[in-house]
Design a protein around this ligand. Structure first.
Ligand code: GLN
Length: 551
């Protein structure tokens, strides 16, 4: 039987439960265990796909098309494992399942209630990952939200019941809290942690481990106090101090023996992990021999979580290039032509050696993205366009190179005389907006002798998607004649997946989201090549030569 670890959080939100869970997964995997992570979110949306990135950060997409919480991105990156829809549950989905059963008459004669019906459904979902893959040794389940929220109560109650109904060594509970540093008093405070654990215990869950997030080292005295008041062994209080890179977290946990203690608690006999490679990688992330600066022109830039996977993909891509990537976030609305001309763009992009235009929805910020792409194209600055970034590149090249006046996308310019981007055939007639985009992994065929082929080093790839609009095939010929190469398409040739401009040092745009498949140990080939191109561009611009590690 698999073992279960439940991760909860208290005091405040945004403590990094996702990264703590992912780091634990990383360590257990390094100890030779097969680990799977799942996230339970207490909100009532069936999935986060219908939420604004400002509300919820990035919507992460899995191979099977699940639109899910961005923590699943951390899980995949830290454990290098592909997850699926079953690994993200929301309260909305729990209710959706129960209400569908109720309408079918499956509860006939009974009152449907939170206990037992909702909690039973949650318990069924706790078990599902290991049931669908019997080789799984450990299931780590992270509960979104903060202990004390009304919304998370059914989840915590289900965990309490689960623990009561199984053997003590079958599961462990990890609770994350905040240990704030009060500058005026010059000391850290343990009271919020004590209160949070009291709250959790009042629900019937005694944590086995505490991870105390803190900006200052906790120190022995405070740790003893926490252990005593929270009713757990001293060694099980983990110092979760702030670190410079999230990829350090597994190392700081391991230094404190956390993985060994957890395995002991669960009755798992495993060898010590070999973290040499991970340590080397973290060393390069923290102290890169070189640096390069890349501009990201987006519209959700106030909330960095909205582009989480892109930020991580750049960190990964820096590793083989032996360079740290400084990400410069530029609000696309601040780049709108004609007010912003080349002289101003030169100032704005000064010191940036690559420009990325990420995905997005709606018309806000489009003119600025188009202007940035034109600048990158004309100035020979390496460019990577992602999803909406490809669509904007089609608009820009359509207008300025092909000569299609007011070329546009049907998404935000329905009256355009030249809809170079239009609604996909399969999207026509769709009225429900939740979960109905073109979602998940699809194969793509890459033409030989193209930049895309040089980046990937092969002809067949699979990438994850999340879009409704696509390149209008009626315009492919005129674009091709104007010098654009549609270097990647769906295997039947019908959908454009990659476009590029051969005369340019590095100009490539993709309809999919490469960032979703980048892993620290396996940086994505497009990001890796883009960073290498940015380093090359910097060196050409400054007249140096650079030894490229990528390629
Ligand atoms: N809004 C565009 C579409 O739906 C692009 C989506 C995206 O960038 N993820 O096709």
């Amino acid at each position: 039987m698999a073992k279960y670890v439940f991760v909860t959080g208290g005091v405040v939100s945004a403590l990094g439960k996702g990264i703590a869970s992912a780091s634990l997964g990383n360590l257990l995997k390094a100890r030779g265990l097969k680990v799977v992570l799942q996230k339970f979110d207490p909100y009532l949306n069936v999935d986060p796909g219908t939420m604004s990135p400002f509300q919820h950060g990035e919507v992460f997409v899995l191979d099977d098309g699940a639109e899910c919480d961005l923590d699943l991105g951390h899980y995949e990156r830290f454990t290098d494992t592909n997850l699926a829809q079953i690994h993200n549950l929301t309260c909305g989905r729990v209710y959706e399942t129960i209400l569908a059963k109720e309408r079918k008459g499956e509860y006939l004669g009974r009152t449907v209630q939170v206990i037992p019906h909702v909690t039973d459904e949650i318990k069924r979902r706790i078990l599902l990952p290991a049931q669908s893959d019997p080789t799984v040794d450990v299931v780590i389940t992270e509960i979104g939200g903060t202990v004390g929220d009304i919304e998370s109560l059914p989840f915590l109650e289900a965990i309490r019941q689960f623990r009561l109904e199984s053997e003590p060594e079958d599961s462990a509970s990890l609770h994350l809290t905040l240990v704030p540093y009060i500058a005026a008093a010059g000391e850290i405070k343990t009271k919020p942690t004590q209160h949070s654990v009291r709250e959790l215990r009042s629900i019937g869950i005694q944590p086995d481990f505490l991870m105390c997030r803190t900006s200052q080292p906790i120190g022995e005295e405070a740790r003893r106090k926490i252990a005593l008041f929270c009713n757990l062994p001293y060694a099980n209080v983990i110092d979760g101090r702030d670190v410079a890179s999230i990829y350090e977290v597994p190392l700081t946990m391991h230094e404190q023996d956390f993985d060994r203690l957890l395995c002991k608690r669960l009755g798992l006999v495993t060898p010590e992990p070999d973290l040499t490679e991970w340590r080397r990688m973290v060393g390069l992330i923290l102290n890169p021999p070189d640096r390069v600066r890349i501009a990201i022109v987006g519209k959700y830039i106030e909330l960095k979580d909205a582009y989480k996977s892109i930020s991580e993909a750049f960190i990964h891509a820096g590793i083989p290039n032996h360079a740290g990537v400084d990400q410069v976030w530029i609000d696309s609305e601040s780049l709108e032509a004609p007010d912003v001309g080349d002289a101003r763009l030169r100032e704005i992009f000064a010191g940036c050696h690559g420009i990325l235009v990420p995905g997005g929805f709606g018309d806000r910020g489009i003119p600025g993205k188009v202007n940035a792409i034109r600048f990158a194209r004309e100035q020979g600055i390496p460019f990577l366009g992602i999803c909406l970034g490809l669509q904007c590149a089609m608009i820009e090249i359509g207008r300025d190179v092909v000569g299609l006046e007011r070329a546009g996308s049907a998404e935000f310019d329905p009256g355009t005389p030249h809809p170079v981007i239009h609604l996909m055939e399969k999207q026509k007639g769709i009225v429900n907006l939740g979960g109905t985009m073109r979602l998940g992994a699809y194969p793509c065929q890459i033409a030989s002798d193209t930049l895309a082929h040089r980046c990937y080093g092969r002809a067949e790839i699979s990438e994850r998607h999340r879009h409704r609009y696509e390149v209008n095939n009626d315009y492919r010929d005129v674009f091709t004649r104007a010098g654009v190469v549609f270097s990647g398409t769906s295997p039947d040739g019908q959908l454009v997946e990659i476009m590029e401009l051969p005369g340019h040092p590095f100009f490539i745009a993709v309809q999919f989201h490469p960032e979703l498949k980048s892993r620290p140990r396996r940086p994505h080939p497009l990001f890796r090549a883009f960073v290498a191109a940015a380093l090359g561009h910097r060196d050409v611009a400054s007249g140096q030569t650079h030894e490229k590690a990528a390629g």
